[in-house]
Design a protein around this ligand. Sequence first.
Ligand SMILES: NC(=O)c1ccc[n+]([C@@H]2O[C@H](COP(=O)([O-])OP(=O)(O)OC[C@H]3O[C@@H](n4cnc5c(N)ncnc54)[C@H](OP(=O)(O)O)[C@@H]3O)[C@@H](O)[C@H]2O)c1
Length: 329
Amino acid sequence: MNYRKLGNLEVSALGLGCMGMTGVYGSGADRSAMIRLIHDAYERGVTFFDTAEAYGPFANEALLGEALQPIRDKVVIATKFGFDIDLETGARTGGTNSRPEHIKAVADAALKRLKTDRIDLFYQHRVDPAVPIEDVAGAVKDLIDAGKVGHFGLSEAGVQTIRRAHAVQPVTAVQIEYSLFWRGPEVELLTELEKLGIGFVPFSPLGAGFLTGKIDETTTFEKDDFRNLVPRLAPEVRTANMALVEVVKSVAARKAATPAQVALGWLLAQKPWIVPIPGTTKVHRLEENLGAVDLDLTPNDLAEINAEAAKVEVQGDRLPEAVLKMTEN
Ligand SMILES: NC(=O)c1ccc[n+]([C@@H]2O[C@H](COP(=O)([O-])OP(=O)(O)OC[C@H]3O[C@@H](n4cnc5c(N)ncnc54)[C@H](OP(=O)(O)O)[C@@H]3O)[C@@H](O)[C@H]2O)c1
């Protein structure tokens, strides 16, 4: 494993996205198996674990709390606030809530579930149009001053919001979707983050599994799998979008690697301050994905991937319309 810096926070070059362990892409996985998987990841050098209040809600943070307790001081826990979720029942309105008093209550509840006295990286999950970002940054600053939070992060925020937040409380990392399947961050975000010295954490770095080549025209998702709602994975566009998977597959074949490793290796090669957080519920895929750290993609390989990928026009939005509306990208 290699290690990278997000701002001044050192983490493994690949983190582990834990969202899918408690649902979203189907019904989730066996809890004790996920605790073992988290330990397997740590034993292979992973020190960066991504969760959120909203995953479950609550079940995902509780899972990480239990799994990471024995190794708490050796890992970086990233979680997120900002959806309107009842702190007692977990009921959600579907909207955002980044009112400062709510952020502080969410932090206290997350600390209990995570069985720790500090959240290493606390992201706002979605920008709240009802709360000025300066007030959000101020609330996180208070939590940092109180020792409850180590670093401030933003998820799916646009560059103006990032700049304004950063002026109040330096932002350590921004988390936004980024992969060969969604290259929006290349328009202006990456340049801005470099200027500000903020690290970048691409989520869905495997395109929610699509770039691995394990999803094709014949794949059906479980009934409660979120991907049933994702326009770019809809059966009518999937065949067209498979052209992108072919790009990754052909480079993988030449490099004796797997498509997932090429997709992750490509991301790692973009900037040294990028730390993707692929998610899996399977130990053999964890091992496979971690192999991307040692994949040597040459400038020629990268140029070939970029040139071939540029020929593919991805069909369909990256998220359902209602979810997309909550992002600034
Ligand atoms: N900030 C946000 O709004 C936001 C949004 C989405 C996600 N996230 C974070 O980002 C993390 C990763 O994103 P993601 O889970 O959406 O997508 P992802 O990492 O791109 O893909 C995960 C999917 O790919 C499959 N997979 C993983 N490795 C594989 C391999 N080597 N071969 C074949 N299939 C493989 C997984 O299935 P198996 O489990 O069956 O392996 C899972 O269905 C999440 O866990 C979460 O922490 C954040």
